[in-house]
Design a protein around this ligand. Structure first.
Ligand SMILES: Cc1cc2nc3c(=O)[nH]c(=O)nc-3n(C[C@H](O)[C@H](O)[C@H](O)COP(=O)(O)OP(=O)(O)OC[C@H]3O[C@@H](n4cnc5c(N)ncnc54)[C@H](O)[C@@H]3O)c2cc1C
Length: 242
């Protein structure tokens, strides 16, 4: 298999990110479909700062790359992925209490876990996300949604990384449509680092009940119709071997 990597590039990655850098790693375990070949290089990032630092090296060297969150909306070719796959495992979460509570979270946070955490604190608004697999980053990118909710109803801003640095995009600037955004349409080339989401104070019991209702309503649909198969917009997200 031809590698597009160059020695200095992998050396620089290893120097800065050590064991987080792996070569020739199967991507199948990192996707819901559990299929697909290897990435030439897989870098696992554990914070937004690390994510930004890895991206700087990738962009400096002009390497091809692909961002992987929870891998629930991608199909990886058996030929694998040339270049670098960055696996987002940045998981910091900060709740801001008050009359208008919010949660700031890094993009690698598992969205359904966040929905559960919010409900158990009596913070409503994310119950719809209880059964949406994947990360906050993937949900911001694709305007994930279920039932009567979607990311466009909760997002206050997303902090993204572009070639020119970090910038906060408001929900209006994300130009959300049905399961799409300015990022997904390729109108802005950017990586989602973190997001600020709007919540509401509610009785804990009510939050948990709504969460359970969402989960129960979703289950038959998931089993019979969707199984693990990604949604129709996935074609845009299929990893192609170059
Ligand atoms: C069983 C099942 C049920 C599902 N149900 C729903 C549902 O009810 N509603 C729904 O909307 N979707 C659903 N999906 C699809 C999937 O859960 C969503 O699309 C989810 O938001 C994808 O998040 P992820 O982290 O897994 O993204 P991935 O699959 O890892 O990536 C998807 C795309 O997002 C990009 N991306 C990921 N993270 C970032 C980042 N930090 N910055 C920039 N780009 C990024 C990737 O490059 C890729 O193009 C379902 C999928 C499965 C398997």
């Amino acid at each position: 298999m031809m590698m597009t990597t160059t020695a200095p590039f992998i050396d620089v990655l290893r120097l800065h990110f050590g064991d987080a850098v792996q070569e020739n790693i199967s991507l199948a375990p990192y996707t819901s479909a559990r299929i697909g070949g290897p990435a030439d290089i897989l870098v696992t990032v554990k914070s937004a700062d690390e994510f930004a630092a890895v991206m700087k090296v990738i962009w400096d060297y002009g390497m091809p790359y692909y961002i992987l969150g929870g891998g629930s909306n991608v199909l990886v070719s058996d030929k694998g992925v040339r270049g670098v796959v960055v696996l987002d495992r940045a998981k910091e979460v900060q709740f801001e209490n008050g009359d208008q509570p919010t949660v700031k979270c890094e993009a690698g946070v598992i969205f359904s876990n966040l929905a559960n955490r919010c409900a158990s604190k009596g913070l409503a608004g994310l119950e719809w996300a209880a059964t949406v697999p994947g990360t906050v980053g993937g949900a911001v990118y694709g305007n994930a949604g279920a039932f009567d909710g979607d990311m466009s109803h909760n997002l206050i801003w997303a902090e993204v990384l572009t070639l020119n640095g970090r910038v906060k995009l408001s929900v209006e600037q994300m130009k959300y449509g049905y399961r799409t955004s300015v990022l997904k349409r390729g109108e802005i080339n950017a990586i989602v680092l973190s997001a600020m989401l709007r919540l509401k104070i509610q009785q804990k019991r009510k939050c948990l009940l709504k969460l359970m209702n969402s989960a129960n309503a979703e289950r038959p649909r998931s089993r019979l119709v969707r199984a693990w198969v990604p949604c129709s917009k996935t074609l845009q997200a299929i990893m192609r071997a170059v």
